[in-house]
Design a protein around this ligand. Sequence first.
Ligand code: 0T9
Length: 379
Amino acid sequence: GPAVPAAQRGSWTSFLKSIASFSGDLSSLTAPPFILSPTSLTEFPAYWCERPEYFAAIADAKPGQDRALAVLRWFISTLKDQYTTRNETMGSEKKPLNPVLGEVFYGIWPDKNGRGRTELLVEQVSHHPPITAYVIENKSKGLRLVGHNAQKTSFSSGAIIVKQIGHAVLTVNETETYLITFPRLRIDGLWYGSPYIELAETSYIVGGGHITTIEYKGKGYFSGKSHSFKSTTTAIPGQGGAGPREVIVEGTWHETSKFTKGGAGSFYEASGKQEETTPLEWTSELGESETRRLWFLVAKGIREGDFELASREKSRIENEQRQRRKDEAAEGKTWQLRHFDHQESDPIYEQLGRVAKLVPPSEDMYIFKGNWPSAFATA
Ligand code: 0T9
């Protein structure tokens, strides 16, 4: 049947008009019910964790070119989950719930086959514009990823263009660091009410004496297929990473890729299912802003088609937030982040970003305070 329910065609058209005449923070626009997702953006960092064995494999790889390729393989393995899951589970891309300031999410992927346990901690560190900070750790493998994410959106010939702001830094054994940047998104299919994502432009992984440039193309480029990429991994001159050769990998990030230079055979096959998060069991320690607790009734309303419930609960949450900000202002206080300290610049981004000639040459960062909820210890 048609993607836009007959009764919502008018509101979809006016939603599209407001997108087109609007640049910046799309999260604040009200969308018709059929396009709403019951999941908050604070859950999205879980996509980095849903192939835990590829994350663990980074630690097991030999430092140098092998490890640089292990980081790349893990990164590619997350893309299908990051950018096609909503289409697969809900029929199209959907508008996620816009997290409130201080919203948190905690999850675990248990140890299996010696891969160690992967732990996730997420905090919404800004409401408008939405900024999400996260830490992912596999302690037994000595791996830690700290990152933050924001978006700058614009509208171009019928599509939403999303420039991802922010970056992640992966640390291996407290010593080796990898800077990871994110691709640009193009959201198409809006007119028909069935949005989907294509990746575009370039993202980078820099560290361990190597730089990997990943180029993204849609239908009609490279191989002619949707979701295509081509990555080039080279040693950084003068950084002791003198790898034997350049390695090129080509294919599609949602299916299959192979070495086309400096190696042979398959690079990554997106087979098997992603592993869903085991959320940390709720106790008062996690607080009322734990995402699934906070949005429970909104999500229920969206899932069950009870949009009156969803919108009533959403308004309640938003009003409560507005009141909180007013109270803080009246008391001359500002909101304190729970798990992160904000810093204007990130020396690792600046240093490794120079190798990739990143624009902008500097970005801010969120430093993890190290305060995992105690419930992780007993979970
Ligand atoms: C980081 C990811 C990000 C978040 C989402 C653009 C988007 C919000 C940000 C970039 C993750 O690692 C990867 C995947 C999907 C991205 C979302 C897709 C999307 O549409 C939303 C935006 C804000 C909208 O909801 C636009 C309106 C909507 C009706 C189009 C479906």
